[in-house]
Design a protein around this ligand. Structure first.
Ligand code: NAP
Length: 314
């Protein structure tokens, strides 16, 4: 048996339970991973609350979580390239918050041994997402980019990837996030009414690109600043995509183990950081999502599933 997060009706965090399920057995061409760490993401809140029930209905009892890191536990027939004990990162839709994940080797990348378990878990999720949106903009050194919610899970990585391309980066956050945003290499700008004016005041250069992670008027601010719709990407404002023809490039466009391995190498060598805000025990999954739903996280919240990772959150 192994523990897994399940929910059997739509609702708030209190519908989440950690239950015992049968340990999976790998079929032909499959492996089973013993999970060490699993990420939690805002999109999972919408799925669990039933907001996306028409698009992506749950099949109760439903599992939860996508991106994770762990150790190969068992290998099925006709699997080459992975052996028990190998450290890996993966993306297993609605299945990652569990002690064991059954998956195809093609959905795994190797985790560098020197990379900690918590950042490894978030690379296939927010890492790939930030990589996809920054690559989509193909930023040059002469450009000035605004990143909304720059202190959050996706934003904190997007800021660093854009800085690696040499772009000037402004990032929005509350005053509580200013030191963190500065440490990532961004010029902090406070969000809220009058945002476009504050962005103009914060830079002498024209803003040429905009990555939105929170909605709430950011696409309007980008258009007010004169950014072309093709240089605006939003992960949080579907209406703006329809209305203004802005882009919505996300995780699916970089859902490749080669991308995860690239980002893991950058993290392992210290070229970018995957900031971890807190590590909660799997049993505290309800508390972890309650905290995430406040939407004031710096970096990521991660669940400790295996025995190699100690929770840091109370
Ligand atoms: N399509 C995809 O492939 C994909 C993949 C991943 C995520 N997403 C989506 O991307 C979005 C961002 O996800 P995330 O994980 O980065 O979120 P997150 O970590 O929860 O974002 C938290 C951050 O948002 C900031 N924030 C809160 N209110 C704000 C406001 N009004 N203006 C600007 N910033 C504000 C907070 O800064 P302060 O603490 O300073 O307030 C905090 O640092 C979500 O909508 C998520 O569902 C999409």
């Amino acid at each position: 048996m192994g523990k897994a997060v399940r929910f059997s009706r739509y609702g708030g965090p209190d519908v989440l339970d950690v239950v015992e399920v049968d340990e999976p057995v790998p079929g032909r061409g499959e492996v089973v991973v013993a999970v060490e760490t699993a990420a939690i993401n805002p999109g999972e809140i919408g799925i669990r609350e039933g907001v996306f029930a028409d698009l992506w209905p749950a099949q109760f009892p439903e599992g939860q979580g996508n991106d994770y890191a762990g150790v190969i536990h068992a290998v099925g027939a006709e699997v080459n390239g992975f052996r028990p004990g190998d450290q890996v990162m993966g993306f297993a839709p609605r299945a990652a918050q569990a002690e064991f994940v059954r998956t195809k080797p093609e959905r795994l990348a190797r985790k560098p041994p020197e990379l900690d378990w918590a950042p490894a878990a978030v690379i296939p999720g927010v890492g790939a997402t930030a990589y996809a949106e920054v690559e989509a903009l193909d930023l040059s050194q002469t450009e000035t980019l605004v990143v909304s919610a720059g202190a959050g899970g996706v934003g904190s990585i997007a800021v660093q990837l854009a800085r690696r391309r040499g772009a000037t980066v402004l990032a929005t956050g509350s005053r509580n996030s200013f030191d963190f945003l500065t440490s990532l290499g961004a010029v902090p700008v406070e969000y809220g009414d009058g945002l476009a004016d504050r962005i103009r005041a914060a830079t002498s250069k024209p803003v040429t690109a905009y990555l939105d992670h929170i909605g709430r008027g950011n696409v309007a601010a980008a258009l007010t600043l004169g950014v072309a719709p093709s240089r605006i990407n939003t992960l949080a404002d579907g209406a703006a995509v329809t209305r203004h023809g802005v882009r919505a490039v996300g995780q699916a466009e970089a859902d490749f183990p080669s991308v995860w391995e690239y980002l893991a190498r950058l993290a392992a060598t210290g070229e970018i950081a995957f900031p971890i805000n807190a590590v909660y025990a799997l049993e505290d999954v309800r508390v972890a999502y309650t905290r995430l739903a406040e939407r004031h996280t710096h970096g990521k919240i991660v669940l400790a599933v295996g025995k190699m990772v100690r929770p840091t959150a109370p």
